[in-house]
Write a protein that binds this ligand. Sequence first.
Ligand code: GLN
Length: 382
Amino acid sequence: MQLSSKLPNQGITIFSTMSALAQRLNALNLSQGFPDFPAPPDLVEALCEATRNGHNQYVAGDGWLALREQVALQFQQRDQVTLDPLNEITITPGATIGLFAAIQATIHTGDEVIIFDPSYDSYDPAVRVAGGVPVHIALDAPAFKVDWDKVAAQISPRTRMIIVNTPHNPTGTIWSYQDWQQLIALVEQHDLLVLSDEVYEHLIFDGAKHWSALHFPALRERSFVVGSFGKTFHVTGWKTGYCVASAALMQLFRQIYQYANFCGNTPAQIALAQYMQQHPEHIEGLADFYQNKRDLFNAALQNSDFQFTPAQGTYFQTVDYSHIRPDLNDLEMCHVLAQEKGVVAIPISVFYQHAPAHLRLIRFCFAKTEQTLELAAQRLGE
Ligand code: GLN
């Protein structure tokens, strides 16, 4: 039989590769982004209770209504935007399928989608599967700011969508209000859609503010916003997220999503809704919680020859190792660190279509216990 790949040249993701390496070497895994500490006990109890109470069958395809209402409440309080939980919010099994379905729903053969590199690894393949053409625009270290003239120059009559990710994985940078204003001018001028990946919406440091695409009335009718309860509640393995869009866009989204997955996990949705109702302090304290971890890790790294600008958001710290082993590319550096120091990181070049030749950056995840962070920083300082 003749087999033909829809994603030729696509290997196994860097996250699977590096987590497997960490496991094989029994090394500290600061690569794939997930916490090594427990989920909130009351949340775990709520999940058990939901299953014991018989919530073990399919939930409504668009998600448990009480959880959609909690999402709406978050946006109301933070962004002063009123969402209709019935028609504008869908609970999905993770943000990844939300991104995928939004792209499949709106990108047609030959449509161009602008992606800022370094970019989260699922955007480009999702565009290709839809028959679209990813147009990558590289951002330069260390600021990773968007050059808006460069973006304007890349827009063609086929451009259909711009993908935004703030706070940004892997660089830990955030978009300013001015960035959004520049985006709005372009998408209005060229009638473009926005797919805004905001999975780290609550992980934002030093008093900075997260601007959601939904905050801006000009983007309301042309944006999808995707989020992840996995990041917010320390339960990445529950694979539960959400997608928000105007009713017209959401209708397109659901046409695809209902056949990609039909619905998410029932007890997880019920547990999250209950926990959000009963524990508003969880989200309120999340930025400080992760800022303390960032500061602990970075303070310990000060003793090393790694150079870095503290992450403004996310739970990732990107560091430059050019003063340590400039002779190694970033994948080689990750292998050396794993084998010689027992600490596994993620190379940044994999997030680029064409990585700059002299890129010497790797990413550490600091969603870890103090003990793990101190041990890792101590080994890295040697
Ligand atoms: N988003 C996580 C990271 O950046 C990993 C998710 C995944 O494994 N696909 O590390």
